[in-house]
Design a protein around this ligand. Sequence first.
Ligand code: NAD
Length: 331
Amino acid sequence: MSVSVGVVGLGYWGPNLARNFGALPDSRVTWLCDGDSDRVERLAASFPGARGSSSFDELLADDDLDALVIATPVPTHAELARRALEAGKHVFVEKPLAQSVADAEAVVAAAATSDRTLMVGHLLEYHPGLVRLKDLVDAGDLGEVHYIYGNRVNLGKVRADENALWSLGAHDVSVLLRLAGEEPAECHAFGESYVRDGVEDVVFCFLRFPSGVSAHLHLSWLDPHKERRFTVVGSKKMATFDDMAIEQKLTVYDKTVDQPYSSYGEYIARSGDVWSPSVPNDEPLRLECAHFLECVRDGTRPRSDGESGLRVVRVLEELQSSLKAGARAPA
Ligand SMILES: NC(=O)c1ccc[n+]([C@@H]2O[C@H](COP(=O)([O-])OP(=O)(O)OC[C@H]3O[C@@H](n4cnc5c(N)ncnc54)[C@H](O)[C@@H]3O)[C@@H](O)[C@H]2O)c1
């Protein structure tokens, strides 16, 4: 079965999704849609078989269209995804699923009623390096996980409709929940708005999970470094996933403090091998798009399904409340 796909939102990210769905053997791009018709025209030459439109409703009315891929600004995600599901379409919607738990729940409910596939574009969950890291954690190679921290910083695009927590943190929270395998019991966040009033450009989050795992996230688009990194510290070993590394994205450190030296009442750190498990060089976006098509075809649940997208929004909403509660008083 070849899945017919309509891509909605052709700004920065949408054309990447269109390129991937256009290149996969199981799908064909039959619609290109953007409120700005110039953007539709610009991309049309690369997709000669696709119709163009600036009206989302026109796509909903096409009975031959199987799936909608939504890459519009975040405030529009929930409504467009819900309407597409109600019209009987399968939906891939970019992250985060919605800007509130209530909106995310409405989309998840629409997917259940329509019995259509709902997948959220939590891209990093399809990254072969992070999949391998999750396998190491689940196999107990690192021992008991103590804590995890993520760094997602650079001098980046300052968005007007999202702060660094929602824009950057949507990625990290999805990875954190996947690695921890549970939802946090406590979420705290502090942030500052240096570039644009009211839009936090640097955010520090601290989370505690029921199992005892804790986590820290440093999110910023006002930073001299470009870092995309996760570190997991376990009772036996430690591991780092570094998405900026060209090779050796995943490194395992056989290091810990596990040798009691009772006569001195001190502990000796053990520092053994450092090694880099091999990670397939497949493009995460291609894997993510292929996974969506497979789920549509087989009726299976996506790894980043609506429920998992909802869990991410729940954590982001809690972090946002904490951010607001701890905000600096106006000068
Ligand atoms: N997975 C990733 O790594 C990744 C990376 C970048 C962006 N994104 C996500 O992709 C989405 C889009 O981000 P972007 O940077 O491309 O934004 P953008 O502003 O560059 O593009 C959004 C486009 O959507 C169009 N649009 C808005 N409302 C519309 C509507 N109702 N119907 C049709 N078109 C509409 C706009 O005209 C614009 O062309 C966001 O959700 C963002 O979080 C994901």
